[in-house]
Design a protein. Structure first.
Length: 368
C-alpha cells in the first residue's frame, strides 16, 4: 500500500482556497493553520510528525466546498513520517499492545458453524466492555441467520491510523484470507471503525448490525436523547438513519446536536491524539459536551461511548436496546481494563456453547 503524501500535499496546496470553513470547525487546524498552510509545511518538511495531532475525523473533508481532502493528506503524512522512521511515538505503545492482544492466541476466536457464510465481527472494545451485549446480538441475529458465525479478532485500525501501513496490510489481508478460505461472504460489524476498514480495504460484503437489528418489543421509554455519530461512518447516511430508527423504536425522541451525521464531531479518541496531547483530545470532548447540554448521549461505538462518558452521560445503543431502563438510569455495568481482557477470553466459551461451531479455534490455528 503506497502513500502519496507529496502528491497530496501539492494538490491541497494548489486547491485549498484558505477560506477557513474547515479551520473554524477544527481544534487541530485552529491551532496549526489551514490545510494549505500545512500542505506547504509538509512539502518543506516531509518528515514532520505534526499530523499525529490530527484526529483523522474527516470533518474538514466533509465541509470543504472545493472537495479538498485535508484528512487524506494528514493520514498520508503520518504514513510518510513512519516510513522515514520519524513517526514512532513511545506513548502509543499501550495502544499497539492492546491491538496485538486482539489477534493473539488467547483472545482471537473463529467460531464457524457448518454452512456458515455470514459472520458477526464484534471488534475489540464491545466484547471487552459489554460481553453480554455480544451474546444478546448473536441470539437475535441467529433468528434471521441460522448458520451465523462469530469471529473475535482485531481489524487493526490502530496501526492503520498510526501510519503503520505494512503491519496493517499484513494483518488485515491475513484476516480476509482466512474468511475467504472458509467461504465467508458477508461480515456484520458492531464497530464503526471495523466497518470502515472492511468497506475501504475488504473484498467481502459488510454491513452494520444496526441495519438488521430490531428494538426488542416492550421497550417504551418516552425519553429524549441525543445521538453522537462516530467519525468512522461519517459518510454512511444509511447507518445514521438505521440507528435513529432503532432509538425511536425503543421509545425515545431524538434531539439532534448541531454537528451530526456527515458533519459529526470527533469524540476526542480519534487518531490516538490523546496519547500525545491530552488537552487537545479533551477539547473535542468539551465541544461535544457543550452541544449535548443536559441530554443523554447515545452512540454506537464502544470507544466513543467510553471517551464521551468521562465528561457526560453517554451510553451505547446496544445497552439502550437490551437494558433500556437501567441505561436511562445510567446503571448499566461497563467493564474497564484489565477486566475487559478476562471478558473477551471467557466470551469464547460462551459463544461456543451458543453456536456449536464446526470450526472453533484462534487466528494462529486458522492461519495454519
Ligand atoms: S474548507 Fe477547503 S478550501 Fe476552505 S480552507 Fe478548508 S480545505 Fe481549504
Ligand atoms: S481530520 Fe478532523 S482533526 Fe484532522 S484536520 Fe480534519 S477536521 Fe481537523
Amino acid at each position: 500500500m503506497k502513500t502519496h503524501s507529496v502528491d497530496l500535499a501539492r494538490s491541497v496546496a494548489e486547491n485549498c482556497l484558505d477560506c477557513s470553513i474547515c479551520v473554524k470547525q477544527c481544534q487541530f487546524l485552529s491551532a496549526n493553520g489551514s490545510p494549505r498552510h500545512l500542505a506547504e509545511l509538509f512539502l518543506k518538511e516531509p518528515d514532520s510528525d505534526l499530523a499525529f495531532r490530527c484526529s483523522l475525523c474527516r470533518l474538514c473533508t466533509a465541509v470543504c466546498p472545493k472537495d479538498v481532502d485535508p484528512a487524506g493528506l494528514l493520514m498520508a503524512q503520518r504514513c510518510q513520517a513512519v516510513n522515514h522512521d520519524k513517526g514512532h511515538h513511545g506513548q502509543h505503545r499501550p495502544l499497539l499492545s492492546y491491538e496485538k492482544r486482539g489477534s493473539s492466541r488467547l483472545l482471537s476466536w473463529y467460531g464457524l458453524p457448518q454452512g456458515c457464510d455470514t459472520i458477526f465481527f464484534p471488534g475489540c472494545a464491545l466484547p471487552g466492555s459489554r460481553p453480554q451485549r455480544v451474546l444478546d446480538v448473536v441470539s437475535q441475529l441467529q433468528g434471521e441467520i441460522p448458520n451465523l458465525g462469530v469471529v473475535l479478532d482485531c481489524c487493526t485500525k490502530p496501526s492503520h491510523d498510526l501510519g503503520r501501513r505494512d503491519y496493517f496490510q499484513t494483518m488485515f489481508s491475513g484476516l480476509l484470507e482466512i474468511l475467504k478460505r472458509c467461504g465467508i461472504k458477508k461480515v456484520l460489524v458492531a464497530c464503526p471503525n471495523c466497518f470502515r476498514m472492511f468497506k475501504e480495504y475488504g473484498t467481502l460484503e459488510v454491513q452494520t448490525i444496526y441495519e438488521l437489528l430490531k428494538a426488542p418489543s416492550g421497550t417504551a421509554l418516552q425519553a429524549e436523547v441525543t445521538l453522537h455519530d462516530p467519525c468512522g461512518v461519517r459518510f454512511d447516511s444509511q447507518i445514521h438513519g438505521a440507528v435513529r430508527t432503532l432509538v425511536r423504536d425503543a421509545g425515545c425522541t431524538v434531539r439532534e446536536m448541531k454537528h451530526h451525521g456527515k458533519n459529526t464531531l470527533c469524540c476526542g479518541e480519534g487518531g490516538a491524539v490523546g496519547y500525545l496531547d491530552k488537552d487537545l483530545a479533551r477539547s473535542w470532548v468539551e465541544l461535544r459536551r457543550q452541544e449535548a447540554g443536559e441530554l443523554k448521549v447515545i452512540t454506537y461505538c464502544a470507544g466513543c461511548s467510553h471517551y464521551l462518558g468521562q465528561s457526560m452521560d453517554s451510553s451505547h445503543i446496544l445497552d439502550l436496546l437490551y437494558e433500556p431502563d437501567r441505561t436511562m438510569a445510567a446503571k448499566v455495568k461497563v467493564a474497564r481494563a484489565p477486566m475487559t481482557y478476562w471478558h473477551r477470553f471467557r466470551l469464547k466459551k460462551k459463544l461456543a456453547a451458543i453456536l456449536a461451531p464446526h470450526t472453533a479455534c484462534c487466528r494462529q490455528d486458522m492461519e495454519g
